[in-house]
Design a protein around this ligand. Sequence first.
Ligand code: HEC
Length: 215
Amino acid sequence: MRKTQILKSCFTLLFWNKAKLLFTFLILLPLVLSSCKEKNYASVPDEPKELTTTQEQKVKRGKYLVTTIGCADCHSPKKFGEKGPEEIKGLELSGYPQGEELPVISRDALEKGWMLMNGDLTAAVGPWGVSFAANITSDETGIGSWSEEQFKTALRKGKFKGMENARDLLPPMPWFNFALMTDEDLEAMYAYLQSTKPVNNVVPPPIPPGKMVMK
Ligand code: HEC
């Protein structure tokens, strides 16, 4: 009698536990399913989100492009340092220094087929005459008052001041390479150049071949 009673209560306990388990399962099932559904739903957005670039990111990318492409090679005044020409701090990208005297242009070297550059690569001499690297800082005397469109016209079509009907830019400005850059990259470079320290420097106009003083 005692034995059967124990067995009975064991069965009840077992059954009761199973019933509880089933009950919990039935309660939880819709919850689990709905959370799965929500998860999937959230990972597949209805509309693609528009990618936005902040001005800060644009300037950072522009700085990276201007630096690695080497605009400063021609556009920054330099002094001769231990490892060769080094940019002069504070004058970065300001072009051929206003009022600086050109070194003597050697007729002999030019006639022998040489092209010449001054010591800091801001002036170049060749069959086109003498060209002077422009001031591309954010100053008024640089490209500070240029629109983004002007900048694109200068780099894509090689036009002075980025004006459609202006003269063509002279060598060695390699604009035809930059013409292949994406809108995004040109816009980033423009944003960076507009953020540079303004340096007041009026670069002289180019000297045509017939007016070069040679020795
Ligand atoms: C190999 C030398 C060289 C390199 C490299 C170079 N430039 Fe130039 N750039 C020049 C010279 C020289 C001029 C002036 C040409 C002229 O007067 O016709 C010039 C002119 C310009 C002008 C036109 C300015 C104006 O007033 O119309 C812009 C803008 C410019 N460069 C931007 C750049 C940028 C940005 C880079 C780098 C991505 C760059 N340049 C790299 C030599 C260079």
